[in-house]
Design a protein around this ligand. Sequence first.
Ligand SMILES: Nc1nc2c(c(=O)[nH]1)N[C@H]1C(S)=C(S)[C@@H](COP(=O)(O)OP(=O)(O)OC[C@H]3O[C@@H](n4cnc5c(=O)[nH]c(N)nc54)[C@H](O)[C@@H]3O)O[C@H]1N2
Ligand SMILES: Nc1nc2c(c(=O)[nH]1)N[C@H]1C(S)=C(S)[C@@H](COP(=O)(O)OP(=O)(O)OC[C@H]3O[C@@H](n4cnc5c(=O)[nH]c(N)nc54)[C@H](O)[C@@H]3O)O[C@H]1N2
Ligand code: SF4
Ligand SMILES: [Mo]
Length: 692
Amino acid sequence: MKTIDISPYVSQPTASSVVRGACPHDCPDTCALLTTVQDGVATQVQGNPDHRHTAGVLCTKVSRYTERTYHPERLMQPLKRVGPKGAGQFEPVSWDAALADIATRLQGIAARNPQAIVPYSYAGTMGLVQAESMAARFFNQLGASLLDRTICSSAGTEGLVHTLGGKVGMRVEFFAESKLILIWGSNSIGSNLHFWRLAQEAKRGGAKLVCIDPRRSETADKCHEHIQLLPGTDAALALSLMHELIVHDWLDHDYIAQHTVGWEALKARALLWNPQRAAQVCGVPEAQIIQLARDYGTTKPAAIRLNYGMQRVRGGGNAVRAVACLPALTGAWRHRTGGLLLSSSGQFPVDKAALQRPDLLAGKTPRTINMTTIGDDLLRESSPTFGPKIEALIVYNSNPVAVAPDSSKVVAGFARDDLFTVVLEHFQTDTADYADYLLPATTQLEHWDIHISYGHTDVLLNRPAIAPVGQALPNTEIFRQLAQRMGYTQPCFTDDDLTLCRTAFGASVDFDELLTHGFASLQLPEAPFAQGSFPTPSGKCEFFSQRLQNAGMDGLPSHIPNDEPAGVNANFPLAMISPPARNFLNSSFVNVQSLRDIEGEPLLEIHADDAAARGIETGQVVRVFNPRGSYRCKAKVSNRARPGVVNGLGIWWRKLGLSGTNVNELTSQRLTDLGRAPVFYDCWVQVEMTND
Ligand SMILES: Nc1nc2c(c(=O)[nH]1)N[C@H]1C(S)=C(S)[C@@H](COP(=O)(O)OP(=O)(O)OC[C@H]3O[C@@H](n4cnc5c(=O)[nH]c(N)nc54)[C@H](O)[C@@H]3O)O[C@H]1N2
Ligand SMILES: Nc1nc2c(c(=O)[nH]1)N[C@H]1C(S)=C(S)[C@@H](COP(=O)(O)OP(=O)(O)OC[C@H]3O[C@@H](n4cnc5c(=O)[nH]c(N)nc54)[C@H](O)[C@@H]3O)O[C@H]1N2
Ligand code: SF4
Ligand SMILES: [Mo]
């Protein structure tokens, strides 16, 4: 029997030290961490004051990182299911026994068809190494199904790719010098704290801050103006802003002529959207749109912090396209302080091929499973179009039973007795309850990793600060061990984590600088598109996209209404959005008591008018339902909700909800216009009082 040597992961305890790291969470800020270690125990996690983007400050969640790391419910050893699927009953098992059995089961399935095995992972850690490096090599060699990782950002990404050419944009630090900032589809105080610091700096310098959001968020409270539009109407608003820019001639004609494609066509489209029409569609006062257009057209420099909150609807990709056209119309890109930022991650020269080794597929062309439709896909039989029925699922860095849409389908899929499920986790999450094998993974304090960011442009290195807790192993080591047991003998399956960190950027980032400082800035121009040079096929900002038209779609950005808008279906008249809670990160941290104490309990924010019409008061238990499912939680009558729209905050663990469900019981598996992404915020519901 093989025995696992964990000595490479055990650092020698020293009396006291401070270890440089990076926050692993799915957050645009990617903070630099300093972990204080005392006799081998992490005692404190702080923000690194030397890292300009972190500036010594962490959010509440990660300041409590030691509470999460040493949580009494941390998984300490491999576990094997003993009860029925989903009951969460396990018995301890050795690593050797667990891995040997998993390898045998996978080999059996692979002998019939390796595509019946599906990896399921997202951004539990954003680290390039603990996410898709050894894991990707393993699944490529196996010939498992590929996973389309769409659950978060792919609609917006495609919108950006088809307009600006990639996940590129303003350097975040220059927002501090802006005179007008539109915070569009983002609750920055909750989900992008370090950007909010820059916005505050701009505000002190005289900038006007405008928040565009259906919810009166903490951020909306603190902006000068709040445009509280209906969910999924952002493209209509953007087209109407264009209308006003055109009729008032607040345009940079020279920039448009030199650096854009499709101006005449876009102009004709925008002229169909006078503020009166947009006001009706968006559900906001016409005067507010006119004023916003005036501000945007006449304030220089003007910057847009677009975020993913506005693309989780049917027309999310087109909405991003429409907004992304605005800075080119006014020539805002000429200034380092003008333009737009949705994501900066496209600017990092990651050597994905070296990390993930797609060459190991060796001519195999597995099918792709969309992670958003895992509910339906787990319930499908084999067919010529779908391919083989899914027989095994290996889940890491994700909690699909809580976060994927249309949970009742997801749960039914995970509950299949003939599905073999392996979950790599820190905790016994909703998903872990369904595992056949539950394997304990290390946290960021216990492993090496290297990070890009989607909110700034620095690379960060994460050093392990402490030895693994219990018998936990890094994801990489678990896949290395599995590879060995599957008989994969290629040298790439023995690369250690430090080698993988070095592989991520090759020579394009100075690794010694990372080892010394913990972070390194990319060398980038201050104003990336001052002279055009967009990374599109035409080299211009593409108002009109030939690629989209060739694919049978509208070449121009358009307003595509929600499938499930407010006030249209008499049975389900309310629209529900379910944005993140400030003290959780998606479904992570929900089990950390001190953070749960701040969030309280799952709540539905409802406007006083909608509450009164249903006899609902704050604190009452309500049933929120639609044809897909039903969810019980407490109501909070609040002006954070606009009339017609209810807000179900945070991705609570189902098992902590009143009846063992969460908001995703209500969301649908339909996909967005671009990017095959979920439509979490395009979801009609009815709400009623309940006495049970
Ligand atoms: N504290 C905390 N931080 C997080 C997360 C978390 O769960 N908690 N999640 C992380 C992740 S995974 C991501 S992807 C990012 C997300 O980052 P953002 O996209 O910035 O997400 P939020 O801050 O939730 O902002 C979404 C906002 O969009 C609003 N919104 C909903 N529908 C619409 C719409 O149709 N139009 C417009 N204009 N606005 C709309 C919501 O009300 C909400 O206030 O945040 C990351 N940071
Ligand atoms: N209704 C609704 N649903 C949503 C959203 C919404 O706004 N509304 N937001 C969506 C978005 S934007 C996203 S990004 C997804 C997020 O969905 P997920 O990516 O699944 O994110 P989390 O819920 O944080 O779950 C991550 C899990 O990974 C585990 N983990 C962390 N680090 C490691 C590690 O190193 N190794 C292993 N093995 N495990 C680790 C954590 O313990 C955690 O349980 O949810 C989506 N779902
Ligand atoms: S979650 Fe975001 S704000 Fe909090 S420490 Fe991590 S990167 Fe920084
Ligand atoms: Mo996300």
